[in-house]
Design a protein around this ligand. Structure first.
Ligand SMILES: *Cc1c(COP(=O)(O)O)cnc(C)c1O
Length: 256
């Protein structure tokens, strides 16, 4: 039996390490191809607006991230604190990390201590904002940390997030009382399995939250973090400036 991997013929006489290396290369090539496809979709949908693509790499090995990095990807999103800490130690220092997992108050310091942390996208209460603000002081961050306020736009009990009606007051609190944080925008996960042929109520809700909040805080410019693998094009068309795409770039994830 032989296996054809990009111009290389493998047989049972090929040393194992050679096979493994080639398979790793094949895997990296897939990531690069997927990423470039997603990038071009983002470019088309954004229609000359500035839209940031965050490659969501939870559960994925360093080699996959490096493949994306090698073709210019710099923004990566991670959900688990320990995994983010490990990856940030072992991967290039100019990666810009987004923490997109559930934020626990007792993990704020660990997250804030990551030097190349770009933003925490999951600040879901005043209490969490205060904890993160305090954490930034105690770890000695020199620049304010970018944050997004997570909104539970689908009103699902299982989802974290501030209610849409509390959004302006949480934002106001961050602006007034959290000097170590820089309020960058609003974020939603939204309900899974929405019909992408129809208007997405989660996207509409987040756009509405932004409008209401900017009315309360004139001069504030808010980004929108919404859209994942199945709906990032639609999200950009609805006004997203930050899409978080995982499986369309790195393939499906094994539950761990
Ligand atoms: C996992 C995850 C994503 C990426 O999901 P895909 O459907 O794989 O693109 C985006 N945002 C958050 C908050 C996630 O947890």
């Amino acid at each position: 039996m032989s296996l054809l991997l990009r111009h290389t013929i493998f047989s049972r006489h090929t040393p194992l390490h050679t096979c493994l290396r080639a398979m790793a290369t094949e895997r990296s090539l897939h990531v690069v191809e997927n990423l470039q496809h997603v990038q071009s979709q983002v470019t088309v949908a954004s229609n000359h607006r500035q839209v940031r693509l965050v490659a969501v790499s939870k559960y994925k090995p360093a080699e996959d991230l490096l493949a994306a990095y090698s073709v210019g990807q710099r923004h990566f999103g991670e959900n688990y604190v320990q995994e983010l800490v490990e990856k940030s130690k072992n991967l290039p220092g100019d990666i810009q990390w987004h923490f997109i997992g559930h934020l626990q108050s007792n993990k704020c310091k660990t997250v804030a201590a990551i030097p190349n942390l770009y933003a925490v996208e999951t600040v879901d209460s005043i209490k969490k904002a205060d904890a993160l603000d305090k954490a930034c002081v105690s770890v000695g961050r020199t620049e304010p940390l970018g944050v997004f306020v997570q909104i539970n736009t689908s009103d699902e009990e299982a989802k974290s997030g501030t209610t849409p009606s509390d959004c302006p007051s949480v934002c106001q609190h961050i602006v007034d009382k959290c000097p170590q944080l820089r309020l960058q925008g609003l974020m939603t996960i939204g309900m899974f399995g929405r019909d992408t042929a129809e208007k997405n109520p989660d996207f509409e809700c987040l756009v509405e939250c932004k409008k209401k909040t900017q009315e309360t805080l004139p001069g504030l410019c808010l980004e929108l973090s919404m859209g994942m693998s199945d709906d990032f094009v639609q999200a950009i068309e609805a006004g997203s400036t930050n899409v978080r795409v995982g499986s369309k770039i790195f393939g499906t994830r094994e539950k761990q």
